[in-house]
Design a protein. Structure first.
Length: 374
């Protein structure tokens, strides 16, 4: 038996793997040492072997409540992912599983690889009306890419969607993939209607360095990108600075920042209620969006979510708050679960296909509120 993580998004430290029934592991912290929870590793040579995998530093992760009722993602072919039960005793996360193949991957959530990211961008740019733009380089020198769907002009609304500021929240990129795929479907009436009236700017992976390194929240410089929007720098957070400057050149009539939440078993919207510019028009637009999303997706709900910031108390370093204040537009953070949706559970929990379908639903909600965006 061998355990490895020297691959895209891999993260695990092997402390002791001499006994299959007592494998002792730790999760490696992000750059910056202030966050960790994402893991992704492969166990090989363990077919039909009863494994007990113990993550010993699970109590020290960024969100220990994320382990409550959590089930680990596993895959033999790295394409289809299923769930494996895990036991959380408040100190150690224990995974008991007997693989049915020679090698099995275990991950915090189904990974979205940089190779799939590259294939997705390459295919999208070949579609009519789509351009692929390199905004610049990340801390590690990787390309930061933007998909523009539609030709910009004064009659079209600029619509912005970004995903995966926090690299371990891979469900965000699965959602972005589904959204873009529907938007590019010439036989979809809603997609055609939106493309006739808007230009879409999509950054499907804001943090490719953290994605590759197996980080939960930070980039290669140790920056949490969703706390950098007020004063980003090329040294610490070039990913935010590059997107923010491009947005300032173009403007924004709508902004959706797609994330995942470790603890809450729900899909929900977190708005920009605490920004100075928030008023009744903002509230009505946001409600119209959430009402429309409720109507088209049973996987969405509005009962559970984050506490709403008091007037003037918004954290302006966060993307949706900074954008909402800067442009006066409908600006929201969309959260998905790492676990499952408590109201609409599924045998495989929240998974890539459900996230992709939920991404498609965003276009219905956007159409419903479109005429009121300004």
């Amino acid at each position: 038996m061998h355990i490895s993580s020297a691959f895209d998004s891999g993260n695990i430290v092997v402390l002791d793997a001499q006994r299959a029934d007592d494998v002792q592991l730790e999760i490696r912290p992000d750059a910056g040492e202030d966050h960790f929870q994402w893991f992704h590793f492969r166990v090989s040579g363990a077919r039909d072997t009863a494994l007990r995998l113990r993550i010993l530093n699970a109590a020290k992760v960024s969100y220990p409540d994320g382990w409550v009722d959590y089930r680990v993602c596993a895959s033999y072919d790295r394409d289809e992912w299923f769930r494996v039960d895990a036991h959380w005793d408040g100190e150690v996360l224990t995974i008991d599983h007997t693989p049915e193949a020679d090698a099995v991957h275990y991950a915090y959530f189904a990974p979205y690889s940089l190779e799939r990211h590259a294939d997705f961008l390459a295919a999208a740019q070949c579609e009519p009306g789509v351009s692929l733009q390199r905004l610049g380089a990340t801390v590690d020198g990787r390309d930061l890419d933007l998909l523009r769907i539609g030709t910009p002009d004064q009659q079209r609304r600029p619509i912005w969607i970004i995903a995966r500021q926090h690299p371990g929240e891979s469900m965000a990129q699965w959602l972005a993939e589904g959204l873009v795929e529907r938007l590019l479907d010439e036989d979809d009436a809603v997609a055609r209607w939106l493309r006739a009236r808007a230009t879409f700017y999509v950054v499907p992976n804001m943090n490719p360095d953290g994605s590759t390194r197996g980080h939960l929240r930070n980039n290669a410089a140790g920056a949490n990108l969703n706390r950098e929007w007020q004063s980003p720098s090329m040294e610490r957070s070039p990913e935010v600075l590059l997107v923010r400057e491009h947005m300032k050149q173009i403007g924004a009539d709508f902004f959706l920042d797609v994330h995942g939440d470790e603890a809450l078993p729900y899909n929900f919207i977190s708005g920009a209620e605490g920004i100075p510019a928030w008023d009744q028009s903002h509230a009505l637009r946001q409600k119209a969006y959430t009402d429309a999303l409720l109507a088209v997706s049973p996987d969405f709900q509005t009962t559970h979510g984050y506490d709403v910031a008091s007037p003037g108390e918004a954290n302006m370093t966060m993307a949706s708050n900074w954008v909402g204040q800067q442009f006066g537009c409908l600006s929201m953070t969309l959260e998905q679960p790492f676990k499952d949706t408590a109201d609409t559970p599924h045998p495989h929990g929240w998974n890539p296909e459900r996230a992709r379908q939920f991404g498609r639903s965003q276009l219905d909600a956007l159409r419903a509120v479109f005429d009121a965006l300004r």
